[in-house]
Write a protein that binds this ligand. Structure first.
Ligand SMILES: Nc1nc2c(c(=O)[nH]1)N[C@H]1C(S)=C(S)[C@@H](COP(=O)(O)O)O[C@H]1N2
Ligand SMILES: [Mo]
Length: 378
């Protein structure tokens, strides 16, 4: 069994190096995304650059997708290890081998869990109903990265050796790995990197416009009104009636005192235009030209100062994103609008009519649509 010379540490180390880089990038950008979505920030999350989250979340999803072929080939290359016998006679060696295998089991399980749940989430397929995606994906990320660091530390000597010698060198090969495979090691590694490259192109298209045509994996390639895709429709959010109602008001509650503004009131205020992206946590993003009123102007009109966080509530009655918290530095930023128009046209119902929040460097999931209420402490 397992006689192929392709299953060699020389291959494992090369693919593993790039898998490690992809995991590291994915981990760091994931931490950023998790932090950005916290309701409050001990260290303020910056509002600039406006495209920051677009970049980090695009990298997060892309590096995660690239990791899939890398992980598959890496696991394939070490498969024989699964069948190696345990050193049963030597208790010390048995303990060490046992610990190493346990840590690898944790690493493999956590990695597969992260890549699978991430992929499902990006495809907007939620087979899980019993746990929160974000909390779980975040917790297991620490498990995966901890196990990865341990794994690299244990394997460092052999990794260094394998990476500094020619790929065809057989020093670290198993004794039984003697038959040449159907392709050379170099070709196998190149094919693996090419597969990761294809996966990157196929995903990055949801963020990079000119790549859209080749992006078979990009989940939201359909153009919506104003060149911005639609995530949740007004129908799905069950707001069609309330959003179209002539009774719609924007209630601005400042320390218990409510100021109600009509749509015409908002239209009569000074209008501003900003170019800001919608950058979805699922990895797709699109730039839009938004016009409307500055959130800070609305707050001041209602007698609020702009140094407080703002609770933003949607007409939507159910769902996790109906109510979001806008940190004080976002509320004060001049680019943060209650948008009434997209691309010079009245906001479509699906993009959040009568008005939606649009702020710089903010996860798409927090760019609340169909806003009906703002609340600030006095
Ligand atoms: N009320 C409400 N606002 C919402 C959502 C929602 O489900 N309900 N989805 C959010 C998500 S996940 C994204 S990515 C953006 C997408 O905005 P768009 O549909 O206008 O592109 O809206 C956000 N605003
Ligand atoms: Mo989103």
């Amino acid at each position: 069994m397992f006689t192929s010379r392709l299953r060699s540490p020389a291959v494992t180390a090369r693919v593993g190096l790039w898998l490690g880089i992809a995991f590291g990038l994915c981990f760091v950008t994931g931490l950023i995304s998790h932090y950005a979505q916290q309701p409050s920030h001990p260290i303020p999350f910056p509002t600039s650059p406006s495209w920051g989250y677009r970049l980090t979340q695009g990298l997060h999803v892309t590096s995660g997708v690239a990791a899939i072929p890398l992980l598959l080939v890496k696991l394939w290359s070490v498969l024989p290890k699964l069948f190696e016998g345990l050193p049963l006679r030597d208790p010390r060696a048995l303990l060490l081998t046992g610990l190493e295998r346990a840590s690898i089991t944790v690493l493999v399980a956590a990695s597969i869990f992260q890549l699978a749940t991430g992929l499902f989430n990006a495809a907007q397929w939620y087979p899980w109903t019993t746990f929160s995606f974000r909390t779980t994906h975040y917790a297991i990320a620490w498990v995966a990265i901890g196990a990865l660091v341990l794994h690299i530390a244990v394997k460092l000597p052999i990794i260094r050796d394998a990476l500094t010698s020619d790929i065809e060198v057989v020093t670290h090969d198993r004794a039984t790995a003697t038959s040449p495979g159907p392709l050379s090691r170099r070709a196998l590694v190149r094919t693996t990197f090419a597969a990761a490259g294809v996966a990157v192109l196929a995903t990055a298209g949801s963020t990079v416009p000119w790549l859209r045509r080749v992006s078979v994996f990009a989940v939201r390639t359909g153009e919506g009104p104003g060149g911005v895709p639609i995530n949740k429709s007004a129908r799905a959010a069950r707001v069609e009636e309330s959003a179209m109602s002539p009774d719609w008001r924007l209630d601005v509650v400042v320390g218990g005192t409510t100021t109600s503004l009509t749509y015409a009131d908002l239209r009569a205020m000074p209008q501003h235009t900003v170019d800001l992206p919608i950058a979805c946590v699922e990895g797709w993003s699109a730039q839009g030209t938004w016009s409307g009123v500055r959130l800070a102007d609305v707050l001041r009109l209602a007698g609020a100062t702009t140094d407080r966080e703002v609770a933003v509530t949607s007409l939507q009655q159910a769902g996790a994103f109906r109510r979001t918290t806008l940190p004080a530095n976002f509320a004060a930023d001049d680019r943060t609008l209650l948008a009434l128009d997209l691309s010079g046209e009245q906001l479509s119902l699906d993009h959040g009519f009568p008005c939606r929040l649009i702020a710089p460097n903010r996860p798409g999931v927090l760019q609340t649509k169909w806003v009906s209420r703002l609340e600030v402490d006095a």
